[in-house]
Design a protein around this ligand. Structure first.
Ligand SMILES: Cc1ncc(COP(=O)(O)O)c(C=O)c1O
Length: 417
């Protein structure tokens, strides 16, 4: 199996070199070259349409990162964008007071998401997880927090601790997904002071295999929260409006006290939500202050309402599940055929190909080669983050992708056998 030639990413590198003198690190956080494969992936994109991206050098990709999650329909989704254009042209979207759309969206979320009785609306996932914790602390008058998963960049939960006084996170304790025993231990010690348990209901820890809940895990967490009077918060920033319209909580049949939603709700427009039981959410009415200049901007509300309308009308999630099931089944067959230590985990709307650790460390080379071949062939997966399927991936796109996955695994097989 011959090696696919390297992409020309010279324009990306040129812009990046300039960026490094203007923006610390050139670009922020998880967009840096080190989060992909240096000198192989583009750094700057030019356009996106449907499930395809074009970078600044003119390379085209079938994309499976979906903007890190918000793109549930597709890039430049005409109906959503049109609704927003018309709204900002005819009515305006940034005012000192709130427009009526928040009520419409809050009602819709209440109808769809099992835990929802009242909602507040913010911009980012980090806003929402942080607000959820503040609400839980104000409601319970307790301090400590148990957490499981990535919850954003804010002081209480970010992994890189640079610039953060330890007092900001010393009351936050981490447990691993599916390790009820760890949480039981933590709660035995800190349960009486615990305001919240926040966790992703589906296991998608950064850079690691994805995990469905073991039987009784989510129920066990809920039981612990209730025993100690802590608020159970499901972080559905990735799973909300993607696993089902009611989130992973609906799929797994466990309802938390509060939920946080974001990403897929508005197909890329910035809006996030904290939603949950009225008696807990009411803490946000009088016991604390949450406000930000752009929170009420109605463009993203209009985008969310239109996105949800399309998700329901066109049975988008059923379509994604159907395509994803076929895709995962065929990837699994290739994994078994080539037997190079690759592993597929996840569920049809979001899944991940990882390489099982070997003492020799060869898995790192295999992973690098596999993902390098894919990006060179024009398929945007990343080694350090799971993939998503969007509505605009066609069966034909997926068949082309399967062919590229097959060839990339064959390349790895030949190189490492
Ligand atoms: C589960 C989860 N929670 C919270 C966040 C933070 O969201 P944002 O990046 O919009 O601040 C993310 C972002 O990837 C996430 O995946």
């Amino acid at each position: 199996m011959s090696e696919t030639p390297k992409l020309n990413i010279s324009r990306s590198l040129e812009i990046y070199n300039e960026a490094c003198s203007l923006v610390p690190g050139g670009v922020l956080g998880a967009r840096r070259p080190g989060d992909f494969i240096k000198d192989e992936y583009p750094i700057f994109l030019e356009t996106g349409k449907g499930c395809r991206l074009t970078d600044v050098d003119g390379n085209e990709f079938v994309d499976f990162l979906c903007g890190y999650g918000p793109i549930i329909l597709g890039y430049c989704e005409e109906e959503v964008d049109q609704a927003v254009y018309e709204h900002i042209r005819d009515k305006g979207f940034c005012f000192s007071l709130t427009q009526k759309y928040q009520n419409i969206l809050a009602k819709k979320i209440k109808e769809l998401v099992p835990s929802s009785e009242m909602s507040i609306f913010l911009k980012t996932g980090s806003d929402a997880t942080t607000a959820g914790i503040r609400i839980a602390r104000a409601h319970t008058k307790k301090l400590k927090v148990m957490r499981c998963g990535y919850h954003g960049w804010h002081d209480w939960c970010v992994e890189m601790k640079g610039g953060i006084p330890s007092k900001f996170y010393e009351d936050v304790f981490e447990f691993q997904y599916n390790r009820l025993d760890q949480l039981e231990g933590l709660m035995a010690e800190h349960g009486n002071d615990t305001a919240a348990i926040i966790m992703t209901p589906f296991g998608h820890p950064n850079h690691q295999e994805m995990q469905a809940p073991a039987p009784g895990f989510l129920e066990g967490v809920k039981e612990l929260a209730s025993t100690y009077g802590a608020v159970l918060i499901f972080d559905e920033i990735r799973t909300g409006f993607r696993v089902t319209l009611g989130g992973a909580q609906q799929y797994y049949g466990v309802t938390p006290d509060l939920s946080v939603l974001g990403k897929a709700i508005a197909n890329g427009y910035p809006i996030s939500v904290v939603t949950g039981k009225e008696e807990i959410m009411m803490a946000a009415a009088s016991k604390l202050f949450i406000s930000s200049t752009f929170f009420p901007n109605s463009d993203a509300f209009v985008a969310a309402l239109k996105t949800i309308e399309i998700l329901e009308r066109d049975k988008v999630l059923e379509d994604i599940w159907g395509k994803g099931e076929m895709f995962m089944k065929k990837i699994q067959m290739m994994i078994e055929k080539h037997d190079v230590g690759a592993k597929l985990t996840g569920i049809p709307p979001m899944f991940y190909i990882t390489f099982t650790k070997e003492d020799s460390g060869a898995y790192k080379g295999k992973r690098n080669d596999f993902y390098t071949q894919l990006i060179r062939k024009g398929f945007f997966f990343t080694p350090y983050h799971h993939a998503y399927i969007s509505y605009r991936h066609t069966i034909e796109d997926l068949e082309l992708t399967l062919n590229a996955i097959d060839e990339s695994m064959a390349f790895v097989k030949e190189k490492y056998q």
